[in-house]
Design a protein around this ligand. Structure first.
Ligand SMILES: NC(=O)c1ccc[n+]([C@@H]2O[C@H](COP(=O)([O-])OP(=O)(O)OC[C@H]3O[C@@H](n4cnc5c(N)ncnc54)[C@H](O)[C@@H]3O)[C@@H](O)[C@H]2O)c1
Ligand SMILES: O[C@H]1[C@H](O)[C@@H](O)[C@H](O)[C@@H](O)[C@H]1O
Length: 341
C-alpha cells in the first residue's frame, strides 16, 4: 500500500538535545508525520520526553527493537555519532527509510559500509542530516555563485564558532562533529570536491578544557583549485556564529547574518548574536525533515545522500590525520557509484 495518503509513523533513536527537538518538530510543527516509537540508552529520559511532549509513543528497549517494530514506517537516528553506523545498517537491512543525523558514521570506512549496503539494496533509503543546504542564507549564497555574478570562486574564508562545548568533546570532534558541516556544505556550494587538507593550531584559548586543542584552522584545497580556510573555535564564549565569505574573480559574496531586530538603546546600536544551533538553523531543520517526510510518503528518499556522508567522512579522516601529523594530507575520494547520479 502506498504511504501517500497516510501519516508517516516515525521511530526516533536518541532523545537527547537534537532528538528531542526533532521529535517536537515532527509531532508538532511539520505536516503528515507522527512519532510512534522512541528509544535511548537512557530509557527514563526517553519516557520523560514522551510525557513532556504529550505523545502516545511507545518506548522501545533499544534501537534494533524500534527499527524492526512493524508500526515504524521510517527511522530517525539522533543518538551519539559512534552509534549511527550500526542503526543505519539495521534500517537498510529492514528496508526502512532512515534519516541519520550527522555524521553518517565517524569514519569513512563506516560510511562506505552504509553506501555499499544501500547500493546492494538497490534503492535510496538514507538521508543524512546535513541541514545547511536547506538554510535560506546558504541557498541565497549558492544562487549568487551559480549566477556567475562574482565570477569563479577563488578563496573562501569560513568560521564555525560555538560558545562552548562539554567535557566529552575531544580534539578530533572539531572535525567529525563540527567541521563536518563545512565539509558537506562547501562541496555543495562550490560543486567541487577536496584534494588536500591541513590543520594548524593557533595559540590555545584559556577557556578550553585541558584535553582540547581549541581553536583550530583547517585549510582545504579543491579539485578546481579553490582554497578554503575554516576557523573552528568551539569555546568562543560570545555566541553561535557561522561565517562564510566567497572571494570570486569579480566580487565577494557573504553568507547573510540571521535576521535579528536592530536595537538602539543605552547609547548603543546593536544586533543580538544567537547562542544556540537550535535557533540558528531552526528553519533549515524544519525544511530538511519535511523534505524527508514528503519524499518517503511519495515512495522515495532525497536530500544529502549516503555518498555525501561518505565524501565528507573521507575528507574528515584526512583532517584527523593532518591534526596528528601537521602535514598536508591528500584526500582520495573513490569514483562515485552511478547509483548516486
Ligand atoms: N545537524 C545538527 O546541527 C546537529 C545538532 C546537534 C546534534 N547533531 C548530531 O546529533 C547527534 C546527537 O547529538 P545531541 O547533541 O543530541 O547529543 P546528546 O548527547 O544531547 O543526545 C544523544 C542521545 O543519544 C543517546 N544514545 C547514545 N547512544 C545510544 C544508543 N546506542 N542507543 C540509543 N540512544 C543512544 C544518549 O543517551 C543521548 O540521550 C550527534 O551525532 C550530533 O552530531 C546534529
Ligand atoms: O553537534 C553540534 C551541531 O552539529 C552544531 O551544528 C555544531 O555547530 C556543533 O559544533 C556540534 O557539536
Amino acid at each position: 500500500m502506498s504511504l501517500n495518503t497516510q501519516t508517516l509513523k516515525l521511530g526516533v533513536i536518541g532523545t537527547g538535545a537534537i532528538g528531542r527537538d526533532h521529535i517536537r518538530r515532527c509531532s508538532q510543527t511539520l505536516l503528515n508525520s507522527t512519532v510512534v516509537a522512541v528509544t535511548d540508552i537512557n530509557l527514563q529520559q526517553a519516557a520523560q520526553v514522551v510525557a513532556e511532549l504529550g505523545l502516545t509513543a511507545e518506548v522501545y528497549p533499544d534501537g534494533h527493537a524500534l527499527i524492526n517494530a512493524p508500526e515504524v514506517d521510517a527511522v530517525l537516528v539522533t543518538s551519539w555519532g559512534p552509534s549511527h553506523e550500526e542503526f543505519v545498517l539495521a534500517a537498510i537491512k529492514a528496508g526502512k527509510p532512515v534519516f541519520c543525523e550527522k555524521p553518517l558514521a565517524v569514519t569513512a570506512a563506516g560510511c562506505r559500509a552504509i553506501v555499499d549496503a544501500e547500493v546492494a539494496y538497490g534503492k535510496r533509503l538514507v538521508q543524512v542530516g546535513f541541514m545547511r543546504p536547506y538554510d535560506e542564507g546558504y541557498r541565497a549564497l549558492k544562487a549568487v555563485i551559480d549566477s556567475g555574478q562574482i565570477g569563479e570562486p577563488l578563496m573562501l574564508h569560513c568560521a564555525h564558532r560555538n560558545p562552548r562545548v562539554g567535557e566529552n568533546y575531544k580534539t578530533d570532534m572539531a572535525i567529525t562533529d563540527t567541521l563536518i558541516h563545512e565539509l558537506d556544505v562547501l562541496r555543495w556550494l562550490l560543486d567541487d570536491d577536496y584534494v588536500s587538507v591541513q590543520v594548524v593550531f593557533p595559540r590555545k584559548t584559556s577557556k578550553a578544557l585541558a584535553h582540547l586543542r581549541d581553536p583550530q584552522i583547517v585549510l582545504l584545497e579543491t579539485v578546481k583549485g579553490t582554497r578554503i580556510d575554516v576557523e573552528v573555535f568551539v569555546n568562543c564564549q560570545y555566541g553561535y556564529d557561522i561565517q562564510c565569505e566567497v572571494v570570486g574573480e569579480t566580487g565577494i559574496a557573504k553568507l547573510p547574518e540571521p535576521s535579528q531586530v536592530q536595537l538602539r538603546s543605552e547609547a548603543k546600536l546593536s544586533n543580538a548574536i544567537l547562542m544556540d544551533w537550535k535557533d540558528r538553523f531552526i528553519g533549515a531543520y524544519d525544511v530538511e525533515l519535511q523534505a524527508f517526510i514528503d519524499a518517503v510518503r511519495a515512495g522515495s528518499v532525497g536530500g544529502p545522500s549516503a555518498w555525501d556522508g561518505f565524501a565528507a567522512a573521507v575528507a574528515a579522516d584526512a583532517c584527523i590525520e593532518a591534526q596528528q601529523s601537521g602535514a598536508i594530507v591528500k584526500v582520495e575520494l573513490p569514483e562515485r557509484p552511478r547509483f548516486y547520479g
